[in-house]
Design a protein around this ligand. Sequence first.
Ligand code: HEM
Length: 499
Amino acid sequence: MLVLLLLLIISTFVFYHLYWKRRNLPPGPCPIPFIGNTHTLAKLSPGYAAFKKWQQEYGNIYTFWIGENPVIAVNDYETIVESFLKNGQAFAGRFQIPEFQEIFKKGNGGVIHVEGDLWSEHRRFSLKVLRDFGVGKNLMQDKILDTILIFLQKIESESNLMEKVDMIKLIDISIGSIINDLIFGNKFVEDEDTSAFYELKEVVKRHLQLSRHPMVMIMWKNTLFYKNLPIFGKYYSEIEEMKNVIFKFFDEKIKSHIENFDKEKEPEDFVDAYLCEMFKRKELDGNSGTFNRNQLNNLCFDFWIAGQETTTNSLAWGILYLMLNPFIQEKIQHEIDSQLPDQRLITMSDKPNLPYSQAVVLEIQRIANVVPLNVLHSTLEDTKIGKFPVQKGTLIVPQISSVLFDEKIFPEPMEFKPERFLDSEGKLKECKEMIPFSVGKRQCLGEGLAKMELFLFVVNIFNKFSITKLKNENVSLERNPGATVSPHPFHCKVTLRKR
Ligand code: HEM
């Protein structure tokens, strides 16, 4: 009798996990109960190879499992556009994991992880502030160029340093300075002691790495249950500890902005713009609605994390590929020399005259492909994806990394070839499949800022310097996993160009 009961339990368990829970979803790799396919993602880290393998086996649309959560991955450009762009509203939700958000950030807030009015009001407001900073008096470009100037001077001022430059470290603090300047109005590159930045950055890096660690992905849901289990508990405590350090930094900055707030003054950073909006709303109808201090804290967190790793890592890959391809550096320099009368700082108004440099920047972003697994979306209504019906609340991801490495669109995708973005006359070609910022309602909110940073850094670095590989240092193109992929640390030799 006991044997029969045991057999019944086992066969029900197997039937549920192998068939029942998967019956209404597109096909995909068989998940292991409770773990899903995270073991394959861990084995084929940072993920591109797993996504490609599944695409070859199951087609462009398949289901993989993160723990007990099924995720439909969409891997081709056409279906991504058909669904996430043309039917955008249906796919604009996010994975709601309130227990995990509680330890990862200050509860359910910010813009990346939220839905509904909270998301749409804050997305609209943030886009407007960034747009206002980017046009007119061009605050955004000024802040970027100020930082680039300091970055270039730092390298030049230490001639012995030019023999062995840690570019990633310098780019890291420069990109960190730009986002911090836009949010809080100050740059780390101007600090006498920059160690505080690097310490904080390490904490943020670990926090993000942990959030996408396969063990942590299993506890995205039922976090409070997993926190009491041995190994999971260790991860839980570490994430909470990191979160507290990060938010203490934001809290102090916001507090000093509130103390010095002047409603008559035109805002020159994001926090001031936010405080102005809160003030206006309160004056108008007595309360500031979804705008509050907790939400501001979470927004700062979102901008800080979304606006640094992505851009820093893209630039780091760019320096690495250009160091390994000196003839491409020379072509950028030749183009700059032929268009600019002297070696002044290059600005956005020079961009239309530098098509080859623009092609290099596009190719850097494509080959860097820094987001192997895009941020998860969820469906806000019953809908369809390709031929598959999809229920409201299903997790779904536009796999932009599969598109950027799609050999049908970008032949020899692992080769660094800026020419693929140019026509036979050397003019920039339109390439609609170039979607590193994703598409649709959740498309990257910082796209304009990131594009400006990438272009201005690349052209100004190679206008001033040539970069070569150190003879005695091995360089690897292997990818370091994380929420965004980075290259392994490397050094380079920097030589001042003379014109
Ligand atoms: C090279 C640099 C960057 C890349 C490749 C990148 C890429 C992305 C991607 C793929 C997404 C997710 C889109 C989706 O859900 O389908 C995203 C979202 C987002 N990005 Fe970026 N990003 C970059 C820079 C920035 C910067 C500088 C900011 C700073 C403001 C930023 C802020 C955001 C925010 C707030 C979201 C969430 C938008 C939402 O959920 O409504 N990103 N980004």
